[in-house]
Design a protein around this ligand. Structure first.
Ligand SMILES: Cc1cc2nc3c(=O)[nH]c(=O)nc-3n(C[C@H](O)[C@H](O)[C@H](O)COP(=O)(O)OP(=O)(O)OC[C@H]3O[C@@H](n4cnc5c(N)ncnc54)[C@H](O)[C@@H]3O)c2cc1C
Length: 406
């Protein structure tokens, strides 16, 4: 009998954890598992704001895929997915084509720029490891140029972050720690640097506990961040942005705009002809694409409505990892010929937002509020726990965060 061909697209939190779960639980090799990813490494998207600000080295963020998979059980293919053809059960790759019996789509997210003029062309996004590295280099380059040029251009030291959600705030936390180092390195007076957060809601971190939001804003303001809330970014040029506040346009000269205000699923998903909402597939309770029994969708490519709010659950790594577990269980059930698959029930383990490596806010186990070193400790424990789950003690000691109390 031919072996079942299971193809997993993307080695992010969702795709890689699906592969690892299958590797652990699939007995006697009844299937051929292929994992396809653009790069030979998995990167921790939840650490990209640190790489982007330059507070951790990119090598700590990335993990060689061959180090965590069992090569006897999983074939790794370093290639780029170009298109999915669900009718013919084929995936077009940059260097060929692959056919499947069961497909798992875990291709992650892209920035959503909402048609704001110039944003796509001129803003930085913290979406991939190499984009994060580019931003880190760009920041250092501008500080170096400012130091060296005769006629100083203040736009080099104005840094604008569009979006005061989790990504924007976590990035600002790292940036606020990095700026004093850059100023010292390039002999620049710290007061010349502006870090500006622009958020359209009346407050940053909308929906989060108000006391903790206040704590976060105070923590960042004391380190130099300026908050502009109730304001919308209207335009982004190569050396300026325009935002609107109280009906008035405000022009800010800047060479560095970071867009952190919205994500959508990888465009490949929509192009494949699946039924989508904001580019994401509204999956069935078993995490399949509607109408396709053989296609599972994991992580940021999947949309699941929270019945309590009637809105989609926010896209998180936590969610992707939980989904991977159910998808692997359901794939095993299909291989075993079991008719009824398990439904996904998300578990809310809480939310932690870092404000730099030494400060954070958190709501854990429904309503246990934390801030400061305790929340920082929890954040690092969560990061370390993931490494342990993925690659055991070996990976934890190689890439873990052990500066847990500061
Ligand atoms: C700065 C930042 C901080 C965050 N912090 C948190 C946090 O603290 N907690 C939390 O729970 N969530 C956080 N998130 C959200 C979280 O990172 C995402 O929800 C999560 O990464 C989604 O996992 P995924 O598997 O769907 O996609 P990803 O982890 O993004 O993985 C997608 C994979 O697909 C690969 N890929 C993409 N396109 C192709 C292609 N065409 N061909 C082949 N391979 C491809 C990519 O290289 C990548 O390996 C954060 C996000 C950002 C940007």
């Amino acid at each position: 009998m031919n072996k079942q061909r299971i193809v997993i697209l993307g080695a992010g939190y969702g795709g890689l954890m699906t592969a690892i779960e299958l590797q652990r639980n699939l007995k006697d090799n009844p299937a051929e598992i292929t994992l396809v990813n653009k790069h030979p490494y998995h990167y921790q998207t939840t650490w990209l704001h640190e790489t982007a600000a330059g507070t951790i080295h990119h090598d700590q963020t990335r993990i060689a895929i061959r180090e965590v998979i069992n090569k006897q059980r999983i074939q790794f293919m370093e290639d780029t997915v170009i298109a999915i053809n669900p009718e013919e059960k084929k995936v077009k790759l940059k260097n060929g084509e692959i056919c499947y019996d069961t497909l798992v789509i875990g291709l992650g997210f892209e920035a959503e720029t909402f048609g704001i003029p110039g944003l796509k062309e001129n803003a930085f996004m913290i979406g991939t490891l190499n984009k994060a590295r580019l931003l880190r280099e760009h920041l250092a380059y501008n500080f170096a140029q400012y130091h060296n040029e005769e006629k100083k251009d203040p736009a080099r030291l104005n840094i604008v972050v569009g979006g005061g959600g989790f990504t924007g705030i976590e990035f600002l936390g790292e940036l606020a720690n990095r700026i004093p180092e850059l100023c010292e390195e390039y002999d620049i007076d710290k007061v010349k640097v502006r870090m500006i957060s622009i958020e359209s809601s009346p407050t940053v971190l909308p929906g989060f506990d108000p006391d903790l939001v206040e704590y976060a804003m105070n923590s960042l303001e004391t380190r130099g961040v300026e908050f502009v809330t109730g304001a919308s970014l209207r335009e982004c040029g190569p050396d300026y942005i325009v935002y609107e506040k109280d009906g008035r346009p405000i022009h800010v000269p800047t060479l560095t705009t970071i867009w952190a205000a919205g994500v959508r699923a990888n465009a490949i998903v929509e192009a494949a002809g699946f039924q989508t909402t904001r580019g994401k597939i509204e999956v069935t309770p078993e995490l399949r694409a509607p109408g396709y029994e053989d296609i599972f969708v994991v992580g940021d490519c999947a949309s699941i409505i929270n019945p309590k709010t009637n809105r989609p659950f926010p896209p998180t790594a936590q969610m992707a990892i939980q989904q991977a577990k159910i998808i692997s269980t359901n794939i095993l059930k299909r291989i075993g010929g079991e008719g009824s698959l398990s439904a996904f029930v998300p578990k809310d383990l809480g939310t932690v937002a870092s404000l730099g490596h030494n400060d954070a806010i958190a709501v854990l186990f429904k309503n246990w509020k934390m801030f400061g070193w305790k929340a920082t400790f929890m954040k690092k424990m969560i990061d370390n726990r993931y490494l342990l789950k993925l690659g055991g003690l070996n990976l934890l000691f190689k890439k873990g965060k052990f500066n847990i109390f500061y």
